[in-house]
Design a protein around this ligand. Structure first.
Ligand code: BGC
Length: 353
């Protein structure tokens, strides 16, 4: 394994909590929590890198966190069945304290994608390393009940914005999770998961696709960097739609690195390392090896002297006036961001193989 990638693996391992949780960033004021979205992709990177004990510990942590809330999920599902309108504040949190608590700082709950991504990453890891999924059955069933009930609803997106919309990358993450579980024999009752998966596929291929490309949310015609996950690794769209989405992200959202979306103002809306690596991941899978290598080199070149990869870089932001506002609120851009290190590992390994 290349040295830089080995350093990313070690950095993640060093910051993993003894109970298995990965903090989003150990240094940034509001990122000392574990997000299922970030964490699942971090576990995927560690699993690919052969650090099975790290991925096992994360998945075990997720299973405990979710199983501890099984009664609450059952109540939510029952309330939905009765046709009650559910206050979004009752839904499962987006992020947890490292010891598995809900935390008491307000956040942009509620977000569904992380629960789908967790299922996807768990099944990928189990298949790759021949892990027995039986001990995960209860947590998986609870997660599936939750997603089969609410998986097509509006909620905050990957960027924790626009709770009023149904975001295509969120629908894709939920679909990927349900599809992964349905590819195993874990579920006693598959019907609800199959129905929700079919519905999500219809939404993604229907209103989620405009002029040959996935769009940011149902009803929008804009593109978003998070849509890349629906191409690689989730594989949810036809090669034509994948290509159309890739071309839009590449032409509309890329400077050297990739923006989240046009009009982003978080630290001015700079270039995100995870998304640049994600573009490279798709390029590596579609035979554009040279381009993928350029993305990897660019990601690696953003490391600080300590070898830490930031969340985004601000050299070519969309609106630099916002940098000072966010810096005054929470300090400099989150560095290191474990999710950036994870995508660095994934792209490097993808290019190695
Ligand atoms: C991003 C989320 C991410 C969180 C923790 C936020 O700024 O929008 O996608 O999960 O940071 O890394």
């Amino acid at each position: 394994m290349q040295t830089a990638v080995g350093a990313s693996v070690e950095l993640i391992a060093r910051h993993q909590h003894t109970g298995g949780a990965y903090p989003a960033s150990p240094t940034y004021p509001v990122y000392g929590y574990c997000w299922l979205r970030d964490g699942s992709f971090i576990a995927e990177a560690m699993s690919r890198a052969g650090r099975t004990e790290s991925a096992d510990a994360f998945h075990g942590w997720c299973a405990r966190v979710i199983t501890a809330r099984a009664g609450h999920v059952a109540e939510l599902v029952e309330a939905a069945r009765r046709g009650e309108e559910i206050d979004p504040r009752r839904m499962l949190p987006t992020r947890y304290t490292l010891d598995g608590g809900d935390g008491d700082e307000p956040w942009w709950d509620y977000q569904l994608d992380g629960y789908g991504t967790w299922l996807w990453a768990l099944v990928e890891h189990a298949r790759r390393h021949d892990v027995d999924l039986a001990p995960y059955r209860d947590a998986v069933e609870t997660t599936v009940d939750y997603l089969a009930t609410f998986g097509a609803d509006a909620c905050y997106d990957w960027w924790e914005e626009h709770a009023e919309h149904r975001h295509v990358s969120t629908l894709g993450s939920v679909a990927a999770g349900l599809a992964a579980v349905l590819s195993t024999d874990l579920l006693a009752d598959r019907k609800a998961a199959e129905e929700m998966l079919a519905r999500l596929r219809e939404l993604i291929a229907g209103p989620g696709t405009v002029d040959g490309s996935l769009v940011k949310w149902l009803g929008s015609s804009a593109v978003d960097g998070s849509l890349l996950a629906c191409l690689t690794p989730f594989g949810l769209v036809t090669p034509e739609i994948a290509e159309g989405t890739y071309q839009r992200v590449r032409t509309e959202l890329r400077r050297t690195g990739v923006y989240r979306y046009l009009g982003d103002t978080f630290y001015g809306g700079g270039e995100w390392l995870i998304l640049t690596a994600w573009l490279g991941w798709y390029e590596a899978r579609t035979g554009r090896t040279e381009l993928a290598r350029e993305r990897l080199a660019w990601v690696a070149a953003q490391a600080t002297a300590e070898g830490w990869l930031p969340e985004q870089v601000s050299g070519d932001t969309q609106d630099p006036a916002y940098i000072a506002e966010w810096t005054a609120k929470w300090g400099p851009v989150a560095t290191p961001l474990l999710w950036s290190h994870a995508l660095h590992i994934i792209l490097a390994l993808e290019l190695d193989s």
